[in-house]
Design a protein around this ligand. Structure first.
Ligand SMILES: *Cc1c(COP(=O)(O)O)cnc(C)c1O
Length: 429
């Protein structure tokens, strides 16, 4: 496969952009090899600057639900752009997007639009702290909530530990109030409440984890966390930046029957343009400035292009009631086909799917937390990733990421991927 132009661009890019990329995982650091510079995309495929076309399972990390360059979304953005790109004053489209989110997600009564998932989650936690008058938060090891200081905490040793900075540049005090607990371990959450009575403002979690690979919550876990929050006067912040409008029209909350106090969104609600949102109970959201005392603002928040794309994406969801069942059944065909092929070859491979989100681990058993996810065979994943890339299939360039499927991935596309996947498994062994 000729990747000479991508290679040449990366050489130039590394001189002016750190690592050549504007978000780290794009650099192929954990799988090695040449990151592809994408020139264009359409439907289920992306095409790189050397003219190689790949069936795309990254889908802008889940943001692209209806397929790349969907005509309705492109039209909406073009029309909006022709009317002006930003005003710094309210627009009707912001109201319409907020109304649609409220109508779809049962726990949401009010919405504040921002420009990224990072901003949404950072702001939701500020609100949770402001509303409860408490400082501590609980986050789960392996869940990603964007790059706000307080959320870049790594787990220390022990079951539920006070966070230590997970990166250079975060001062210890910024994560001193962040308690890190393992995923799927209700006992750890209950102990955190016992150890810090009356101090925990919120538990924040990914309802289906997608940032340590695809990991689903075990039965009763989310209900247990909800009950522990209620018993201790803490808020439950469900980060649906990835799962919102991705696993169901009402988000993971609808699929799993859990109710957040505050919910964060991103990705699909901008369908590839920069949008995030935090949302939830009216009594809480009313405490955000200017109606309340929790300050948060944004020059480009509710940007007309981004809200136009988001509205068009949500309209397409509403017009297609069978969408999520169809996405999930196709994702399951993929997961089942690949795990069957691996079993015949004696390769341990497990996987799962929820709506348009899915994932694989080279492991004997489906991991339930980050520690187990890190024991999967990530070197084999890297070889599988490259074998598939050579076959024209683009999976996430890391075994710690979920995969995505769009409405444009039709049965032929899935068959083609399965054929490629079987050959790739044979090759990597
Ligand atoms: C992607 C993601 C974020 C961060 O969103 P950005 O738009 O990249 O800032 C936060 N939480 C979850 C669960 C995510 O998947």
């Amino acid at each position: 496969m000729n990747v000479s132009r991508s290679r040449e661009l990366m050489e130039r890019a590394t001189r002016v952009i750190p690592g050549g990329v504007n978000s780290p995982v794009r650099a192929f650091g954990s799988v090695g090899g040449d990151a592809r510079f994408i020139a264009e995309a359409s439907g289920a495929t992306v095409t790189d600057v050397d003219g190689n076309t790949y069936v795309d399972y990254v889908a802008s990390w889940g943001a692209i639900l209806h397929g790349h360059a969907h005509p309705a979304i492109v039209d909406a953005v073009r029309t909006a752009a022709g009317r002006g790109t930003s005003f710094g004053a309210p627009t009707e489209a912001e109201l319409l997007l907020a109304e649609r989110i409220c109508a779809r997600v049962a726990s949401v009564e009010m919405v504040r639009l921002v420009s990224s998932g990072t901003e949404a989650t950072m702001s939701a936690l500020r609100l949770a702290r402001g509303a409860t008058g408490r400082d501590r938060i609980v986050k789960l090891d392996g869940c990603y909530h964007g790059h706000a200081d307080a959320l870049l905490a790594a787990a220390g040793s022990g079951v539920a530990t006070l966070g230590i900075p997970g990166t250079l540049g975060v001062p210890a005090p910024a994560v001193a109030d962040t308690i890190v607990a393992p995923y799927n371990d209700l006992g750890a959450i209950e102990r955190a409440f016992e150890d810090h009575p009356g101090q925990i403002a919120a538990v924040v979690l990914e309802p289906i984890a997608g940032n340590m690979g695809f990991i689903e919550p075990v039965d009763g876990y989310l209900a247990g966390v909800r009950a522990a929050c209620d018993a201790n006067g803490a808020l439950l912040v469900i980060d649906e930046v990835m799962t919102g409008f991705r696993v169901a029209a009402g988000g993971a909350q609808e699929r799993l029957g859990v109710r957040a106090d505050l919910t964060t969104f991103g990705k699909v609600i901008g369908h590839g343009l920069p949008v995030g949102a935090y949302a939830g109970r009216r009594d809480l959201m009313a405490q955000v400035a200017p109606s309340g005392g929790v300050y948060q603002a944004g020059t480009l928040s509710g940007n007309p292009l981004a809200t136009a794309a988001g509205l068009a994406a949500l309209e397409l969801i509403e017009a297609d009631p069978g969408l999520y069942a169809r996405l999930e059944s196709r994702a399951r065909v993929l997961v089942d086909g690949l795990t069957d092929a691996a079993r015949r070859l004696g390769i341990p491979l497990v996987g799962g799917a929820a709506g348009g989100m899915w994932g694989l681990f080279f492991a004997e058993h489906a991991p339930r937390d980050r520690a187990a996810a890190s024991r999967a065979d990530h070197e084999r994943y890297a070889r599988f990733f490259h074998a598939l890339l050579e076959e024209g299939v683009y999976l996430a360039p890391s075994g710690y990421e979920a995969a995505f499927i769009t409405a444009a991935h039709d049965d032929a596309c899935i068959e083609r991927t399965l054929d490629a996947g079987r050959r790739a498994l044979e090759r990597v062994g």
